[in-house]
Design a protein around this ligand. Structure first.
Ligand SMILES: [Zn+2]
Length: 212
């Protein structure tokens, strides 16, 4: 039995927390979860759904309103970092989860931007966490639904009841139809890269050829 932990999940959109890490959240209802979605606060559909999902997950959280237009213009440098700094509680976390530097599928720029912003904040000593984990999925350049990357550090196969609960959040609470990409994609295996220091993350980024 793992000790109670305090974990923050920093994602681009309402639903990313459930798609990529929902099983982990559902498996540990006794942990202190804080979920920050960086986009869609002014979306009259998604924002209230996100609040209901927080209640379902027993999580605290907040939602910001970064631009999320369909054209995916790059956000100005520093904007994501500023919003995270403003919205994230300053009490230390045991772990923070966020997007991978290449996103989880092909392609959403916001996922990649959020990953780099979180990494940069941690590197600069501005992120109160002992450990950082990044979602580790890929979709073969759209040839299949997202699946764990072969080089993921941690892969957890969800027990059927946990996966069902996660799937119900995507379909019943977020309202995605069973035919939707989101419902079909809802992973049964949750995969992450794990870093226990900014130095380890920097080295891994370097090895992966990821610029920060
Ligand atoms: Zn997203």
């Amino acid at each position: 039995m793992e000790a109670t932990r305090s974990v923050a999940v920093i994602v681009a959109h309402p639903d990313d927390e459930t798609l990529w890490a929902g099983g982990q959240i559902l498996r540990h209802p006794d942990w202190n979860w804080f979920i920050l979605s960086l986009c869609r606060a002014s979306d009259p559909d998604r924002a209230p759904k996100f609040r209901r999902v927080l209640t379902r997950l027993g999580a605290a959280g907040d939602i910001a309103d970064l631009d999320d237009g369909a054209d995916q213009h790059p956000l100005p440098p520093g904007q994501i970092e500023a919003v995270i700094t403003a919205k994230l509680p300053t009490t230390p976390f045991d772990r923070i989860l966020t997007h991978g530097p290449h996103g989880e599928y092909t392609r959403h720029r916001r996922h990649e931007e959020v990953s780099r912003a979180v990494a940069g904040l941690w590197r600069d000593g501005c992120l109160p966490t002992h450990e950082l984990r990044m979602f580790a999925y890929e979709d073969g350049n759209r040839t299949y639904l997202p699946r764990p990357r072969a080089d993921a550090h941690v892969v957890c196969t969800l027990a059927e009841p946990i996966w069902q609960a996660k799937y119900e959040i995507i379909t019943a609470l977020y309202g995605f139809s069973p035919e939707s990409w989101e419902a079909r994609a809802t992973p049964r295996d949750e995969a992450m890269w794990h870093f226990d220091s900014p130095t380890a993350l920097r080295q891994w980024f370097h090895d992966q050829g990821v610029s920060t």
